[in-house]
Design a protein. Structure first.
Ligand SMILES: Nc1ncnc2c1ncn2[C@@H]1O[C@H](COP(=O)(O)OP(=O)(O)O)[C@@H](O)[C@H]1O
Ligand SMILES: [Mg+2]
Lengths: 201, 287
């Protein structure tokens, strides 16, 4: 089955055309890597897929459904999760609370129904020891892991990773990649963008 | 002994100021909105209770239960359809709009109820007092203080123990990211102002039971509330209670020295704290 299909998607900011007639398909279960220099329009592409930005032209289908005009929130509910290039945790909330917010609102469930799932996610992303730490006190790697965890807490079918390895050392990068491979092995379709190659190989 | 009595009266008075201030603190903490009509909303709450007492023949304590949902709804709609539109980068629009609201409320109350001062009907309980060793404590001041503590405990529970509280904190942290997570900041803000007006109603009960009120006393209550919030440190509810206590004690001590110094002493205490700790006693770690 096709997880995501873009047809002739274009987006301009004023005179600057950032996404020009993009068409591609991502089959279910795939892990797709996209590489491009800074300013190439990678984050913009993700914003179009998640609905944070509206495309000027073209259509976006998610699991066969036309979501071109669907709001970002509803796209999240249907299973599109993302991490942000610049981690944006709620600094004063604990790591666990950050996940609870994403899970309760991103899946439209009550806290009781998501508690265990959130703990599982933290276990998998190796943040469980930091569960009760305010997010503002995390290291960069931990913040990246929290970005990943928060996206996972919404139980996405499609996970978009925006330069999640950026700024990490080689060793930190390898550890994170292993975590992402595990997530992919569980059947989550992944699109991952970076502006350096080594993370994706 | 007279001094201990004076100080205890001041502490209990601080409970009233903390009640005035908690709603202000809540709204500021969540949406950085300074509501200049806060004092007038308290006065309006007192008139609402008075109307319910007169119309339905209820005791003020029962009338509050009718007034609370009405005031919550008022706060919700006020925020959703008026104040939310003023929020943004610029801090001036909310100040102008709430200042206008303050004037409009005062005039509406003046029109509806005249400038005559009113009081909520008291009964044996509200005028009673208890002997605690050498000093005598009024039941009313004790109830006021206990209510303030309960309100603050309740708000802290709400903030740190519930889903709604987590959404409050997440939105206060970063409204944009919160909305990406499916939180609707406009509704969160509306709920927060609704809750603030519930506290306003409780404050109004004690305002109206303890002393006379008229349509023009709102701005002075706003100032006491502000001073309590700022002394405590913006965003800290227990700090707000302490701020209220400091103003209360300063006022009763000032009044004991010279009755004319009561109000002035409160303001001086505020200025002294501001000089020594410009960010209040319990400032938030960041921002
Ligand atoms: N909201 C926006 N308004 C105007 N220009 C934007 C906006 N978002 C991105 N751009 C511009 O679009 C181009 C691509 O940005 P982006 O998608 O963030 O690139 P990348 O993620 O590949 O580094 C850049 O030149 C950037 O300045
Ligand atoms: Mg980018």
């Amino acid at each position: 089955m096709t997880m995501l299909a873009l047809k002739n998607v274009s987006k301009s900011f004023g005179a600057l055309t950032v996404t020009d007639d993009a068409s591609f398909e991502v089959p279910e279960g795939q892990a797709l890597g996209i590489i491009g220099p800074n300013g190439a329009g990678k984050s913009t592409l993700f914003n179009l897929i998640t609905g944070n930005l509206r495309s000027d032209k073209g259509s976006i289908h998610f699991q066969g459904r036309d979501v071109t005009k669907v709001s970002a929130m509803e796209r999240c509910l249907t299973g599109i999760g993302r991490s942000f290039q610049i981690p944006q945790p709620f600094e004063k909330l604990t790591v666990y609370e950050n996940l609870l917010v994403a899970a309760t609102h991103g899946r439209n469930l009550s806290e009781r129904d998501v508690r265990d799932d959130c703990a599982d996610v933290l276990e998998r992303t190796e943040l469980i020891k930091r569960a009760n730490t305010p997010a503002g006190q995390l290291s960069l790697l931990e913040r990246k892991r929290l970005e990943l965890s928060r996206a996972m807490a919404t139980q996405p079918k499609l996970l978009l990773l925006d330069e999640i390895a950026g700024g990490l050392t080689e060793g930190e990068c390898q550890a994170l990649i292993q975590t992402i491979k595990d997530i992919h092995a569980q059947g989550v379709t992944i699109i991952w963008i970076e502006h350096v190659l080594h993370a994706l190989t | 002994m007279i001094w201990i009595d004076t100080i205890i009266q001041g502490i209990l008075l601080g409970g009233l100021y903390a009640l005035f201030a908690s709603g202000l603190s809540l709204v500021f903490g969540i949406m950085r909105l300074v509501n200049l009509a806060h004092g007038d909303l308290i006065v309006m709450g007192a008139y609402l209770i008075l109307v319910l007492v007169t119309l339905l023949g209820l005791s003020p304590f029962l009338a509050v239960f009718v007034a609370v949902p009405l005031m919550f709804a008022l706060g919700w709609f006020l925020q959703k359809f008026l104040l939310n539109r003023t929020l943004g980068e610029d801090i001036l629009p909310p100040l102008l709009v709430t200042f206008g609201l303050s004037i409009a409320l005062q005039n509406a109350l003046l029109e509806g109820f005249s400038a005559d001062s009113q009081r909520l009907p008291t009964n044996a309980l509200t005028t009673a007092s208890v002997d605690a060793g050498p000093i005598t404590l009024g039941v009313m001041p004790l109830l006021t203080f206990a209510s303030a503590v309960l309100v603050i405990v309740g708000l802290n529970q709400l903030f740190y123990r519930t889903e709604l509280g987590r959404a409050f904190r997440a939105t206060s942290d970063d409204a944009t990211t919160a909305s990406l997570m499916g939180i609707k900041p406009a509704n969160i803000f509306a709920t927060a102002t609704g809750i603030a007006l519930v506290i306003v109603t409780i404050a109004a009960l004690y305002l109206g039971l303890r002393a006379n009120f008229d349509p023009n006393i709102g701005p002075a209550r706003l100032i006491y509330a502000f001073e309590a919030v700022i002394i405590g440190g913006l965003g800290s509810l227990w700090g707000t209670l302490l701020g209220g206590i400091i103003i209360g004690v300063a006022q009763t001590v000032g009044a004991a020295i010279n009755p004319e110094w009561q109000i002035l002493a409160g303001h001086i205490a505020f200025l002294v704290v501001l000089l020594v700790r410009p960010r209040g006693l319990f400032p938030r770690a960041n921002d």
